[in-house]
Write a protein that binds this ligand. Sequence first.
Ligand SMILES: [Cu+2]
Length: 130
Amino acid sequence: MLVLLPLLPTSARADFIANNNAIHSGPCSKKAANRVVTLEIDPKPVRHMKELTFRVTMSPDDGMPAVLLLDLSMPGMVMGRNQLKMARKSDGSWEGKGVIVRCMSGGNLWKATIISPELGNPGFTFNVRN
Ligand SMILES: [Cu+2]
Protein backbone atom coordinates (compact mmCIF):
# COMPACT_ATOMS: atom_id res chain seq x y z
CA MET A 1 0.00 0.00 0.00
CA LEU A 2 1.37 3.35 -1.03
CA VAL A 3 0.28 6.84 -0.05
CA LEU A 4 0.49 9.11 -3.08
CA LEU A 5 0.16 12.37 -1.16
CA PRO A 6 3.85 13.37 -1.55
CA LEU A 7 3.39 13.19 -5.34
CA LEU A 8 0.66 15.82 -5.40
CA PRO A 9 1.55 19.33 -6.54
CA THR A 10 2.48 21.66 -3.69
CA SER A 11 -0.78 23.64 -3.86
CA ALA A 12 -2.86 20.47 -3.58
CA ARG A 13 -0.69 19.32 -0.70
CA ALA A 14 -1.16 22.64 1.09
CA ASP A 15 -4.89 22.30 0.52
CA PHE A 16 -4.81 18.81 2.07
CA ILE A 17 -2.93 20.03 5.11
CA ALA A 18 -5.06 23.15 5.59
CA ASN A 19 -8.14 20.98 5.47
CA ASN A 20 -6.77 18.16 7.57
CA ASN A 21 -7.30 19.12 11.15
CA ALA A 22 -10.20 21.56 11.03
CA ILE A 23 -12.69 18.68 11.02
CA HIS A 24 -11.64 17.87 14.61
CA SER A 25 -12.86 21.21 15.90
CA GLY A 26 -15.81 22.19 13.74
CA PRO A 27 -17.59 21.98 10.40
CA CYS A 28 -15.57 22.23 7.16
CA SER A 29 -16.90 23.96 4.05
CA LYS A 30 -16.02 23.66 0.43
CA LYS A 31 -17.22 25.36 -2.76
CA ALA A 32 -18.85 22.86 -5.08
CA ALA A 33 -20.58 23.93 -8.28
CA ASN A 34 -22.50 27.05 -7.20
CA ARG A 35 -22.95 25.93 -3.65
CA VAL A 36 -21.07 25.82 -0.40
CA VAL A 37 -21.10 22.30 0.99
CA THR A 38 -20.39 21.81 4.69
CA LEU A 39 -19.43 18.59 6.42
CA GLU A 40 -19.43 18.07 10.15
CA ILE A 41 -18.42 14.86 11.91
CA ASP A 42 -19.24 14.02 15.53
CA PRO A 43 -18.05 13.15 18.06
CA LYS A 44 -14.87 15.22 17.88
CA PRO A 45 -12.00 14.59 17.58
CA VAL A 46 -12.69 12.12 14.78
CA ARG A 47 -11.32 8.74 15.79
CA HIS A 48 -10.96 5.29 14.28
CA MET A 49 -13.34 2.45 15.22
CA LYS A 50 -16.00 4.72 16.72
CA GLU A 51 -19.51 5.26 15.48
CA LEU A 52 -19.46 8.66 13.80
CA THR A 53 -22.31 10.88 12.71
CA PHE A 54 -21.69 12.65 9.40
CA ARG A 55 -23.79 15.71 8.67
CA VAL A 56 -23.91 17.64 5.40
CA THR A 57 -25.55 20.97 4.71
CA MET A 58 -25.69 23.01 1.51
CA SER A 59 -26.11 26.67 0.78
CA PRO A 60 -28.05 27.60 -1.21
CA ASP A 61 -30.17 24.55 -0.71
CA ASP A 62 -32.37 24.14 -3.75
CA GLY A 63 -34.03 20.81 -3.28
CA MET A 64 -31.23 18.26 -3.55
CA PRO A 65 -32.07 14.54 -3.27
CA ALA A 66 -33.58 12.92 -0.19
CA VAL A 67 -30.59 10.62 0.15
CA LEU A 68 -26.91 11.36 -0.45
CA LEU A 69 -24.11 8.78 -0.46
CA LEU A 70 -20.93 9.50 1.43
CA ASP A 71 -17.88 7.49 0.40
CA LEU A 72 -15.03 7.00 2.88
CA SER A 73 -11.69 6.18 1.29
CA MET A 74 -7.95 6.55 1.81
CA PRO A 75 -6.20 8.65 -0.88
CA GLY A 76 -3.74 6.48 -2.82
CA MET A 77 -4.88 3.22 -1.24
CA VAL A 78 -7.30 0.51 -2.13
CA MET A 79 -9.45 -0.09 0.93
CA GLY A 80 -12.72 -1.99 1.22
CA ARG A 81 -15.70 0.03 0.11
CA ASN A 82 -17.12 2.09 2.92
CA GLN A 83 -20.17 4.11 1.92
CA LEU A 84 -22.98 5.39 4.00
CA LYS A 85 -26.40 6.72 3.14
CA MET A 86 -27.19 10.16 4.42
CA ALA A 87 -30.89 10.81 4.79
CA ARG A 88 -32.45 14.23 4.67
CA LYS A 89 -33.56 15.52 8.05
CA SER A 90 -36.37 17.96 8.77
CA ASP A 91 -33.84 20.77 9.37
CA GLY A 92 -32.60 20.37 5.77
CA SER A 93 -29.31 18.61 6.57
CA TRP A 94 -28.33 15.09 5.50
CA GLU A 95 -27.20 12.75 8.21
CA GLY A 96 -25.70 9.27 8.32
CA LYS A 97 -23.65 7.08 10.62
CA GLY A 98 -20.50 5.13 9.89
CA VAL A 99 -17.21 3.82 11.22
CA ILE A 100 -13.70 4.56 9.95
CA VAL A 101 -11.56 1.47 10.35
CA ARG A 102 -7.94 1.55 11.45
CA CYS A 103 -5.68 0.99 8.44
CA MET A 104 -3.20 -1.89 8.60
CA SER A 105 -0.54 0.37 7.02
CA GLY A 106 -0.64 2.74 9.97
CA GLY A 107 -1.79 5.56 7.69
CA ASN A 108 -4.59 7.80 8.92
CA LEU A 109 -5.40 10.10 6.00
CA TRP A 110 -9.00 9.65 4.91
CA LYS A 111 -11.26 11.34 2.43
CA ALA A 112 -15.01 11.72 2.79
CA THR A 113 -16.51 12.23 -0.68
CA ILE A 114 -20.09 13.28 -1.21
CA ILE A 115 -21.20 11.25 -4.21
CA SER A 116 -23.10 13.83 -6.24
CA PRO A 117 -22.25 14.35 -9.90
CA GLU A 118 -24.17 17.67 -9.88
CA LEU A 119 -21.83 18.94 -7.18
CA GLY A 120 -18.68 17.46 -8.74
CA ASN A 121 -18.29 14.91 -5.91
CA PRO A 122 -16.74 17.23 -3.33
CA GLY A 123 -14.25 15.57 -0.99
CA PHE A 124 -12.93 16.45 2.47
CA THR A 125 -9.60 15.04 3.61
CA PHE A 126 -8.50 14.72 7.19
CA ASN A 127 -6.24 12.72 9.48
CA VAL A 128 -8.25 10.38 11.67
CA ARG A 129 -6.98 10.10 15.23
CA ASN A 130 -6.48 7.00 17.31
CU1 LIG B 1 -5.38 2.10 4.15
